[in-house]
Design a protein around this ligand. Structure first.
Ligand code: DQA
Length: 140
């Protein structure tokens, strides 16, 4: 089973960035725990700070992966084009946010991604990625 994890802008700074909100663990370290937790899954990880690169990657993996876990970060709230890319591809996308976007600034309550995704998880920290993977694995 092939699952892609795609992280958007500033998530390369996890572990250093606003640790009160996003925690202390760099994503690469967390990825190691996912790889040992799910030995049957072939994980592909991609992070970019650039909107068009995220769209290119969604298009690239969107036809040959079994599922995509996507945290579009700040682009969630601004990018019609990322929403369009999710609608265009075949693989189911689970939107994940580490923080509870609904308990923060009003501009974070708008998502151009939720309506195009199979489902969304927010506010459960890095655990949200794990839950998204479990859901993708359990799909018939
Ligand atoms: C985030 C929430 C976004 O509002 C924010 O811009 C991020 C991270 C999260 O994972 O909680 O960069 O997607």
């Amino acid at each position: 089973m092939k699952i892609a994890i795609i992280n958007g802008p500033n998530l390369n700074l996890l572990g250093k960035r606003e640790t009160d909100i996003y925690g202390n663990m760099p994503f690469e370290q967390f990825l190691e725990t996912l790889r040992s937790q799910f030995p049957g899954v072939d994980f592909h990880y991609y992070q970019s700070n650039i909107e068009g690169e995220l769209i290119n990657e969604l298009q690239r993996v969107g036809y040959d992966h079994d599922g995509i876990v996507l945290n579009p970060a700040g682009y969630t709230h601004t990018s019609v084009a990322i929403g369009d890319a999710i609608a265009a591809i075949k693989a189911p996308v689970v939107e994940v946010h580490i923080s509870n976007v609904h308990a923060r600034e009003d501009f974070r309550k708008l998502s151009h991604v939720s309506g195009k995704s199979a489902g969304s998880i927010f506010g459960l920290g890095l655990k949200g990625y794990e839950l998204a993977i479990r859901w993708l694995m359990d799909r018939p």
